[in-house]
Design a protein around this ligand. Structure first.
Ligand code: 5AD
Ligand code: FES
Length: 341
């Protein structure tokens, strides 16, 4: 075990080593505490806050796991106007948060120019912009980067090619990888990541996810449990468990020590202290929900999503309280990936 952990840190780890660590529970405590130690050493005690606005739940895709999938008729669809999005960005900037995440389903309603104009306006608020709007044209990625967007989140979901292609009837893993590489080449900080507990995903497949994140040298890594959604074809599947998801987060930290890793909302939805546990197992980012009402409850990727509160700015205070209760520090800067020389 010690040998494998040393190998991970020397970059000579194999997929078989990772598969072994994932398949046994013998070393879980050691893995989690090593991840926490490495997190402290490489990215410190700051936890970066990224305010997320889920600005449209329209989606043209039909990913088997996701509540926003186009064929789902049990969802009240909404689109925020650029003006509404900008107003929300202003509020976020006023609260001294330094990153805004603009997320939506794959919604072509927001054209190259609509988003370009919005990016220009939001950038004037002195805030980093992360886009999370799915696959678009390479030319658009370029234009938005030149306009001022800083980062792009697009999880790889699963690095098992067969499983990816099954879960995404209109996409292929090969294509998803191409998009991530293109985003990186254009100069974005990129965020990949996966769900844990997908049907047909075992230790081998999860080891592939970790190898893929390492190969990509992903700047940001979003990992959360798969939570079956009753309005999708995967409604009767089992879903991910806390223990395995925490271990994958921890292994991601050990493998890619300087990555920014969020304690995801799905972790918090699986367990009341899921995000706190993630922050103690390698995570260093948290993403409070700033989607305004009345839209917020309609961004239902999965059931029992947390934070569907009446007062729709309360997540900011909530995550700040969480950070201080863990004796960590609230990040004050953009919180871009740290560079080690
Ligand atoms: N359970 C957990 N996570 C999900 N996502 C989508 N549907 C689900 C689900 N049922 C995740 C995907 C996507 C992110 C925005 O939400 O990984 O990239
Ligand atoms: Fe949303 Fe705690 S982060 S209520």
């Amino acid at each position: 075990m010690q040998e494998i952990l040393k190998k991970i840190q020397k970059d000579s780890v194999t997929i078989d080593d990772l598969e072994y660590l994932i398949s046994t529970d013998k070393y879980n405590d050691e893995i989690l505490s090593l991840a926490d130690e490495i997190r402290g050493k490489y990215v410190g005690n700051e936890v970066h806050i990224r305010a997320i606005i889920e600005f449209s739940n329209y989606c043209k895709m039909d990913c088997l796991y996701c509540g926003l999938r186009a064929p789902n008729k049990n969802l009240k669809r909404y689109r925020m106007t650029p003006e509404e999005i900008y107003k929300r960005a202003q509020l976020i900037a006023q609260k001294n948060i330094k990153t805004i995440v603009l997320q939506s389903g794959e919604d072509p309603f927001y054209t190259t120019d609509i988003l370009k104009d919005l990016i220009i306006k939001i950038k004037s608020l002195d805030i980093a912009i992360t886009l999370s709007i799915g696959e678009r044209d390479f030319e658009e990625y370029k234009i938005w980067k030149e306009t001022g967007a800083d980062r792009y989140l697009m999880r790889h979901e699963t690095a098992d090619e067969k499983l990816y292609n099954y879960l995404h009837p209109h996409d292929t893993f090969e294509n998803r990888k191409l998009h991530l590489l293109k985003l990186k080449e254009i100069g974005y900080e990129i965020g990949a990541g996966c769900m844990v507990g997908l049907p047909g995903q075992g230790p081998r497949e999860l080891a592939k996810d970790l190898m893929f994140l390492k190969e990509l040298d992903s700047d940001m890594i979003g990992i959360g449990p798969f939570i079956p959604n009753p309005d999708t074809p995967l409604k009767n599947e089992k879903g991910g468990d806390l223990k395995t998801t925490l271990k994958i987060i921890a292994l991601a930290r050990i493998l890619i020590p300087t990555a920014n890793i969020p304690a995801t909302t799905a972790m918090g939805s699986l367990h009341p202290f899921g995000r706190q546990m993630a922050l103690k197992a390698g995570a260093n980012v948290i993403m409070p929900n700033l989607t305004p009402n009345p839209y917020r409850p309609h961004y239902t990727l999965y059931p029992n999503k947390i934070c569907l509160f009446e007062k729709d700015t309360s997540c900011i205070e909530c995550v700040k309280g969480m950070i201080t209760s863990l004796n960590r520090i609230i990040g004050k800067n953009y919180g871009s990936r740290v560079k080690v020389s």
